[in-house]
Structures are given as C-alpha cells and as structure tokens.
Design a binder for this molecule. Structure first.
Ligand SMILES: Cc1cc2nc3c(=O)[nH]c(=O)nc-3n(C[C@H](O)[C@H](O)[C@H](O)COP(=O)(O)OP(=O)(O)OC[C@H]3O[C@@H](n4cnc5c(N)ncnc54)[C@H](O)[C@@H]3O)c2cc1C
Length: 194
C-alpha cells in the first residue's frame, strides 16, 4: 500500500484526462513502485472507461427502465419506501448511515453506493431510476455514465452476465463496519449533523 494519487474526480467535470492519469500511473509504477493500490486504481479506471463508452454506444437506452439488457425489473415506484431510503430511515442501519452521509456531504464511498443501491432495488423494490436521479441531485462527483451505468448493473439490466447484484446488508455491515463506528457517527444525532 502506501500509494497516494491525488486525482479524485477524474470523471465528474472533464478537467483531467483519464489517459493522462493512466500514463502518470504507469510512470509511477515504473519509477517508484507497483503495488496493490496502483493495480486497483488502473482497474477502476477501466470501469470508468467502460461506462463512458457504453453510454456513447447505447445513448437513450442507458436511461430506460429495462436498461441495455432490455429486461423488465420486478420493481416499481413506492413513494413511502423511496422517502424512507432517501431520508435514512429504512430497517438497515448501514444504509441509513450512508444515506445521511450522502445528504449532508454530497459524497459516499463506492461500497456505500453499492449497498444503498442494492437496498433500494432489492429490499424496497423501487425502480432503480429514482435512486439514480437522487444520486444525480446529491453527488458532488456526479457523472452521467458512471452513475447510470452502475445503477443499471446493480438492477440487473446492464451488461452483467451474472444478473442482478443483491448484497446481504447485515453481512456487509459486519464486514465493513465491524465495530459499528460508521453507523454510530452518522446516526448519532437525528438533527442537525453540523
Ligand atoms: C450506484 C453507483 C453510482 C455511482 N455514481 C458515480 C458518479 O456519479 N460519478 C462517479 O465518478 N462515480 C460513480 N460511481 C463509481 C464510484 O463509486 C466512484 O467513482 C468512486 O466512489 C470514486 O472514489 P475514488 O475516486 O476514491 O475511487 P478509486 O477507487 O480511487 O478509483 C479511481 C477512479 O476510478 C473510477 N471508478 C472507480 N470505481 C468506479 C466504478 N464503480 N464505476 C465507474 N468508475 C469508477 C473513478 O473515476 C475514480 O475516481 C458510482 C458507483 C455506484 C455503485
């Protein structure tokens, strides 16, 4: 580990070319060190590129309920469930903590994004596009391709041969927040956080 690459937000506003970041990463690997972090950064950049090209290729289909897979998910719009998710008052503390973090800071980690999306789609049965639209409104690093591509992927209507991605939220909480400090931090006080 120990690799630090200060280029957050590659995707969001186009001020930094992904080719340039990849070239700098390669230079770092050759001149300094190659480690697990450099491997994963390159790997994640590939995901970013993949979604950018998918959007370019599929156009409007990228935003449809049935996605690029043309498969109708068994979800719909429930206002109450959607509001509970948005406000962080579902039955899942790990999801509630992440949704409060998103609401108050405009950012959550990739793991949190996956968990809250899985919850909205697979536990609450809500149409994935409402979640994607809420992310679009909230995320400070919002990017059309990365956002809608990842949501489709989790809803099982993207280009994923394994079908939909449903996370066991209790298991994930035990693995990624074993001492409960993340949940405690964001659910400590109901209002206001700052
Ligand atoms: C439901 C959902 C919605 C998302 N919405 C967005 C969004 O609106 N904007 C956005 O930039 N990313 C989005 N992502 C992808 C990912 O969560 C963020 O890019 C990541 O959290 C950025 O943190 P980082 O810079 O520390 O990433 P690192 O892990 O350090 O990765 C380096 C770079 O690779 C790219 N990257 C990493 N993971 C992904 C991924 N899963 N898909 C596409 N690119 C990736 C990003 O450009 C990132 O800055 C979403 C993921 C999910 C599951």
């Amino acid at each position: 580990m120990g690799f630090f690459f200060p280029f957050i937000g590659v995707a969001s506003n186009g001020c930094l070319s992904v080719r340039w970041v990849a070239a700098e990463l390669g230079r770092y690997e050759r001149n300094v060190e190659q480690n697990e972090s450099t491997y994963w950064l390159y790997f994640e950049l590939l995901w970013r590129e993949y979604f950018q090209w998918m959007l370019y290729h599929y156009g409007a289909r990228f935003f449809r309920f049935k996605g690029i897979a043309n498969k109708r998910p068994l979800t719909t719009f429930y206002a109450e469930a959607f509001m509970a998710w948005r406000e962080g008052s579902t039955d899942f503390p790990i999801v509630n903590a992440a949704m409060r973090q998103l609401k108050h800071t405009g950012w959550i980690s990739n793991r949190s994004r996956q968990l809250v999306a899985s919850c909205l789609i697979h536990e609450l049965g809500v149409d994935w596009r409402y979640g994607a639209a809420y992310f679009e409104q909230q995320l400070i690093d919002f990017d059309v391709a990365a956002n809608y591509g990842n949501w489709q992927y989790l809803a099982g209507v993207g280009a994923d041969p394994r079908g939909s991605r449903r996370f066991n939220l209790d298991k994930q909480a035990a693995q990624y927040d074993p001492d409960g400090s993340f949940v405690a931090k964001w659910l400590a006080n109901e209002e206001p956080l700052f």
